[in-house]
Design a protein around this ligand. Sequence first.
Ligand code: NAI
Length: 499
Amino acid sequence: MSDSLRIALAAGDGIGPEIMEATLALFKAAGVMEKLEFVPVEMGGSEFLRGNTRGMSDSAIRTVEDCGILFKGPMETPKGSGGKSINVTARKLWNAYANYRVFKTLPGVETVYSKAGINIDMAIVRENIEDTYGGVEHRLSNDMIQCKRLISAPGCDEVHRFAFQTARKLGLDKIHCGHKANIMKMTDGLFLDRFRAIGRDFQEIKQEDVIVDALCMNLVMRPQQYEMVVLPNLQGDIVSDLVAGLVGGLGFAPSANIGNNISIFEAVHGTAPDIAGRGIANPTSLILSGLMLLRHVCLVKEAAAIENALLATLESGVRTGDFGDKSRAAVGTREFVGAIEKNLGNKPTTVACAHEAHVDEKTGPLKFVRPHKPVSQRVMRTFKNVVTQVVGCDIYLDTPLSPIALAEEMNRSCVDTPFRLTLISNRGTQVWPTGSVYTECVDYYRVRFELKDGVSPGSFGQSRCVALMDKIAEAFTVCSYELLRTFDGVKGYSLAQGQ
Ligand code: NAI
């Protein structure tokens, strides 16, 4: 086994061990174990029970980092205790920045689309690290809670490059960027701008953007128009489950979390505690995730053989209890996999066969190259040598005052400073100097100060803004503060609604 590739293996909780055992038996029958060595690691429920709030042992972390690849079953997230979702922890800890999920119409898995003869074959690439998933949340006043949405240019670049490279490898014609840049002009705007910037290196692929709400409607009405969609984290999370529903549910949706150093392959459904230990779970999602792993390490031939056998089995009507023709008896997990093993060497007849090529036309036989282990944390940068100038600040206050009363106080605070009060907003809507009496306010305001006439941008750094905030803090609770700057002359902040 010395020259075989080592893969860290976490069977998971609930139905995890059952479906993992079945998947590995299938891999063995297909000759995969001659090339891969699966190394068990301790992760999930048992680690949480030991009081480990990360849900993984130190030795598990070391093994995953040594192997560079983790194959995992579903894992439970303890409710109410300090334990965080192990799935989110693993993706963020190891910077598995691109969540790649493929969705295909499968024979024997009946959906409204399959009944209508509509074939679905598409992928979603979801950014996996940033967005509201940063988990940066604060209570700002009695009545207001904030979750910071962080989108970075290098984070966007990584996920877009992965999407385009994957689309090129698969020979796709078109890739869409899903977003909400019509509303979140700066964050989603950046995601879309970087899609276009990275796309310049992939001119042979058609590139379009689509607003996420329209995307959801289009996916339900005409899913076959999409080949690949790349999305920010939260939108991608929701849209990928929507597409899973179009092809029969989470039981048929595999998932890969790809990073530069470590990648994680997992079933996307949960631990199914209601059927755990009964030997009746459907292993298809985990098998399909395992096929993504095999393709990732260039075992394309083995992956195609297993996929074709799986498709032929589904075609024959063999099913576990959660899907398929209810007039036929359901089989258990082991029998289901046994039927796939028997079909190794066979191909489906009603759907396209899996692609077997293991030679790239340009570069020759595909070979997996294990990424190097980084020696330290890398600081990624997209934009350098940008000229920035301070032009003011937004100060956020916890106060129950009315907008007019607050404006009087703020105008007094900035008399002897380089700033003038230009705006007060509440929940993002301008309430001063103009506003509507219909705008209902809460106890949390943004107060914007910009340079007085005659003070030139960049004539001082941020210390004057901090001094203003300090002065205001003598009478008010300042919850937070944002510096207003221009970047190469362009405003680095949005306007308020109604401004
Ligand atoms: P779930 O996906 O475990 O179950 C939902 C329903 O689908 C249940 O009726 C279950 O029996 C069925 N089901 C799921 N997978 C199946 C399979 N392979 N074969 C047949 N039926 C299947 O979702 P639930 O109940 O919300 O979560 C249970 C636990 O799983 C929770 O602790 C949750 O945190 C965890 N979870 C873990 C995930 C992961 O590790 N990737 C993802 C989602 C949930």
